[in-house]
Design a protein around this ligand. Structure first.
Ligand SMILES: [Zn+2]
Ligand SMILES: [Zn+2]
Length: 243
């Protein structure tokens, strides 16, 4: 086993010399010493940061200047069933490109750099340690079409980085729903009502729910709601892009 690991490491170094790893986003050669799982410095610099004035619960950008720690109107009007949202950045620019390539164009190797960014966002957000990482599930029909659940791929990467187990089937999607794109916030909530069920014990557990993008938050609200009603002690959310 040890010999195999050493061989693999050394072969890996040879391959890097002959064929230097490229940035998975722009294809440029990575500077020496950059792990192959990372984006190049230019692409990383192109990732827009989250706005400093944002809701401490759902991470939505404040439209009007508000004192920090002020909850947004949506969270004040209807306190969400999750405790807080960790996001890599606004859903725009390089992050949006990478997320779409990963989700819709089968660019699976992007799971590593995107997972690393997600883990960094959770750690920087100072969230409490979770007992389990839980991906937002896809319905069978969508899974058959795409071949993978992008949230599960991200959840695995995140769970690995945080050394927390992942529960791939804890949440179950009961029915296929119309794509949320193009629906307004109210229609999004109605579209998802009753779409998810909990398929395992969660009582007293602290969960980290993973999705790729959070737009109105209808999906994570619905998922966090069923998890809380099943007895979860806390639900934090981790997403790549916050629209
Ligand atoms: Zn790049
Ligand atoms: Zn909010």
């Amino acid at each position: 086993m040890e010999l195999w690991q050493r061989l693999r490491r050394e072969l890996g170094a040879c391959c890097d010399l002959l064929l230097p790893p490229a940035c998975l986003l722009c294809g440029d050669r990575l500077p020496a010493g950059t792990p192959a799982s990372e984006f190049c410095p230019t692409c990383r610099a192109g990732l827009p940061p989250l706005p400093p004035a944002r809701c401490p619960v759902c991470a939505a950008a404040h439209r009007t200047p508000l004192p920090s720690l002020h909850h947004c109107e949506v969270c004040l009007r209807q306190p969400p069933p999750f405790d807080r949202v960790h996001a890599v950045g606004p859903y725009a620019g390089t992050l949006q490109e990478a997320t779409q390539a990963f989700k819709y164009r089968g660019q699976l190797p992007l799971e590593r750099p995107l997972g690393a960014l997600l883990a960094a966002a959770v750690l920087a957000g100072g969230g409490r340690r979770a007992d389990l990482v839980v991906p937002v599930p896809l319905h069978r029909s969508r899974l058959r079409e795409r071949g993978y659940n992008q949230s599960l791929q991200l959840a695995r990467q995140l769970a690995g980085a945080l050394a927390v187990p992942v529960a791939p089937a804890l949440l179950h999607r009961n029915r296929a729903t119309v794509a949320q794109q193009g629906l307004d916030a109210v229609a999004r909530g109605g579209n998802l009502r009753g779409a998810f069920a909990v398929a395992g014990p969660v009582a007293g557990r602290r969960l980290l729910l993973v999705d790729d993008v959070m737009t109105t938050g209808a999906t994570v609200r619905e998922c966090a709601g069923v998890l809380r009603r099943a007895g979860a002690a806390a639900v934090e959310v981790a997403v790549l892009g916050r629209a």
